[in-house]
Design a binder for this molecule. Sequence first.
Ligand code: NAD
Length: 379
Amino acid sequence: MKVSVVKESAPGERRVALVPEVLSKLRAAGLEVDVEAGAGDRSWFTDDGYAEAGAGVVSRSEALAADVVLTVGKPDAAAVAALRPGQVLIGMLSPLTDPDLVQALASAGVTAISLDMLPRTLPRAQPMDALSSQANIAGYKAALIAAAEYGRFFPLLITAAGTARPARVLVLGTGVAGLQAIGTARRLGAVVSAYDVRPETRAEAESVGATFIELSTIGPASGEGGYARELTEDERLAQQQELAGHIARHDVVITTAQVPGRRPPLLVTEDALKAMAAGSVIVDMGASPLGGNVAGSEPGRTVVTDNGVTIVGAAGLPSTMPTAASAMYARNVTALLLSLISDGALALDGDDELLAGVIVTRDGAIVHPALSHTNEPEA
Ligand code: NAD
């Protein structure tokens, strides 16, 4: 069975789905691996490196013809058009927010497996958890960006020219990315506070060195699968108002809050921004075309408010550390592939809880329970 890696086509995407290091494991399992020429260039993995590890270096059309095609992000329309029935596509396909792509893959008869739909709380899913591996990188990079943008020191510094107090950093949202941001800011010497709407994250935030902030005006909002639920309108307003006081007391705010399939919650309002001191920095990891965690943030852009607050719309952070991000993603994909291979072929048991979570389209239909309504005829 042939597995291939295609070069990513999304603007700014520098990652690649496999790195040479994982090829020996795949080949030992009986897989042949092809890599599109230049696929690893932007993450510093050369064609020669892949060839030395036993891969064939092939054209794009050859790569798109393999039994299993691997990507990091969504394939472009031309790549989808080149796929044929029965092929398997594995990547982070964002099916909840791209129904057109899902429909196109179903119509093409492709079996689409989306790693961002993985049931992450299953212990055997952990080595395949690409959302976590990439969120770890994003949280680390967000803290570095915050430190680089901030006009003062993160650590306490005592020098002949005077003493610098440590920066006060607030991390909003303490999932995988938030915890890594806390740890990184702490290692840089900042004093870190953190808040999340899921109270069970308190112990985790404290274990990496943050002081956990509890809000008195809203209760817990844990949802399903370890995620947060969307807040009601009243809860949202209460949260924004109470958070504003905490935000104003911090020099740096890193926001990471997400609710699956929804627009990121707005945590830092216009009013909260106005109450911040000039020179404060916010890194909004929730920044998206739908809006982010911070009023006025724009993905991929840095804006400065009239009162001197720098807001970094930090989109696509894993791609800014493409070598580490690709290596971790490659291990996630490899773990998934190895778990699916039986006698040199893919065994896709749709009754398996893990597979049912990730298979989005199959045999010409949209099969994922979270999406299959889009297949129903309109009334
Ligand atoms: P995420 O990216 O979906 O969200 C980031 C954080 O934002 C979450 O902690 C969430 O609670 C928080 N958030 C959402 N709305 C908020 C609001 N209005 N105000 C404040 N915070 C808000 O989360 P994630 O990092 O992908 O992790 C989600 C969960 O999955 C975590 O509990 C994580 O530990 C869990 N997880 C479990 C496993 C496992 O069991 N093996 C593996 C990976 C992740």
